[in-house]
Design a protein around this ligand. Structure first.
Ligand code: S3P
Length: 453
């Protein structure tokens, strides 16, 4: 089984890019697949999660022409031939792998088709709650059976049928649930509205907008009129800020470091991690290049400092939910206390990320108290090497690789193949950081010389 062996580093002065955004890559495959015409998608994330979604669309008859690949991983540039909202019946159950986003958004999109199909996933995904999308979709008239061993869990058998528009109040702040409702709403006659309890990432709304589908927002109510067909267009996926976050923390916690991450997505519903790391004392400069495709994209420069603890605000939690494992690592390296509450959602991610973070940080000498909805970290206790487990969770594997860069001795992170679900190329960048060699500027690891800063 693969593992990371990580040794401490003393500086990080370089510039590189991270792979395409996972959330946007899922949506690009789906929306371009529904569109009228041919879309060219660039910088698609060739991670297992997104490749499963792409394969799901192909299984529903969407033709994909691959133009460029990341060697060893998969397509990065491709032409997607949209099916003008009429998907074809898949001939076999669809494998969503490890991806909650893939399964939940596909369920929304498939509930209004005129065929029956099945979605299944790996062990982790088969234990995650699907009632949160079955309930709203059922209120629209969808018929979805949860066939899993655990109640309300995958596999899902979806009997597609004509849906009715609804106004649905989300009980949890979840972009996946909101998106499932909006995507299903595309197949209804009339206006479907999803009301979120707090801001969540808005990539579905933005991407539909850039494909010419009108989505309106009134406070926290997001509405879509059914019957609109996305118009094919070219779309470049920005770098994933959730992947950049690992390196943001690494650079932020080394006083004197200066790291530039180029062409990363700066959508305000995703950048709270930068606000938190700034509050902890690092200097971060954001340089916006464009928002041509409806998503702001730019460079971030991180200058490291002695970090101090902070408190995460309730409203920030949905915005940085995926970054909490690595923020917890930053907190362990900072002076003083960091308080993370209102984050119970962490317990239903790829692993229970409250317990996996707490166990791993403690194993490395961190001082941390666990709550049902979060944790309190008393920073400043030196970290030491340990053997820690990812439990098959990509963000846990990468967060503890970053912790290892600050621990005395050699940290071993076990079961790391899972990083390919979101960050192909991470291990190569990590090895380069540890050995002090140049991290290739392009995440695709083509030989592009990096100009030293
Ligand atoms: C995602 C939304 C978030 C996030 C996940 C990706 C998305 O989940 O944790 O990694 O692409 O919509 P929730 O919407 O369930 O909070």
């Amino acid at each position: 089984m693969s593992e990371f062996r990580v040794r401490p580093i003393s500086s990080l002065n370089t510039s590189f890019a991270v792979p395409g955004d996972k959330s946007m890559s899922h949506r690009a495959a789906m929306i371009a697949g529904l569109a009228d015409g041919v879309s060219e998608i660039r910088n698609f994330l060739p991670s297992e999660d997104c490749l499963n979604t792409l394969a799901a669309m192909q299984a529903c008859g969407v033709e994909v022409e691959v133009l460029e690949e990341m060697p060893g991983f998969g397509p990065v540039t491709m032409r997607i031939h949209g099916r003008n909202m009429q998907l074809g019946t898949p001939s076999a159950p669809i494998d969503c792998g490890n991806s909650g986003t893939g399964m939940r958004l596909l369920a929304g999109l498939l509930a209004g088709q005129n065929f029956t199909c099945e979605l299944f996933g790996d062990e982790s995904l088969s234990g995650r709650p699907m009632g949160r999308i079955i309930d709203p979709l059922a209120s629209m008239g969808a018929e979805i059976e949860a066939l899993g061993a655990k109640p309300g869990c995958a596999p899902l058998r979806i009997h597609g049928k004509k849906l009715n528009p609804v106004r649905y109040e989300l009980p949890v702040a979840s972009a996946q649930v909101k998106s499932a409702v909006i995507l299903a709403g595309m197949f209804c006659d009339g206006v479907t509205t999803a009301v979120q309890p707090a801001d969540t990432r808005d990539h579905t709304e933005r991407m539909l907008g850039s494909f010419g589908v009108k989505v309106t927002r009134d406070g926290q109510a997001i509405s879509i009129e059914g019957g609109q067909v996305p118009l094919a267009r070219d779309f470049r996926v920005p770098g994933d800020i959730s992947s950049a976050a690992f390196w943001v923390v690494a650079a932020a916690a080394i006083p004197g470091s200066r790291l530039v991450i180029t062409n990363v997505g700066l959508n305000p519903t995703r950048t709270a991690v930068l606000d938190v790391v700034e509050r902890m004392g690092a200097k971060i400069t954001r340089t916006l290049h464009s928002a041509d495709d409806g998503e702001p994209i730019g460079d971030i420069e991180i200058c490291g400092a002695e970090l101090t603890g902070t408190e995460l605000y309730k409203d920030e939690i949905p915005n940085l939910i995926d970054e909490i494992p690595v923020i917890a690592v930053a907190a362990a390296l900072a002076k003083g206390k960091t308080i993370i509450r209102n984050a119970k959602e962490l317990r239903v991610k790829e692993t229970d990320r409250i317990s996996t973070v707490v166990a791993n940080l403690r194993a490395m000498g961190g001082v941390i108290e666990e709550f049902e909805d979060g944790m309190e970290i008393e920073g400043g206790h030196p970290l030491h090497a340990a053997s820690v487990e990812s439990h098959g969770d990509h963000r846990i594997a990468m967060a503890f690789a970053i912790a290892g860069l600050f621990a005395t001795g050699e940290t071993i992170v076990g079961n790391t193949a899972c990083v390919n679900t979101s960050y192909p190329g991470f291990s190569r960048q990590l090895e380069a950081a540890i050995s002090g060699s140049v991290i290739p500027a392009d995440y695709a690891l083509e030989v592009i010389p990096v100009a030293p800063l």
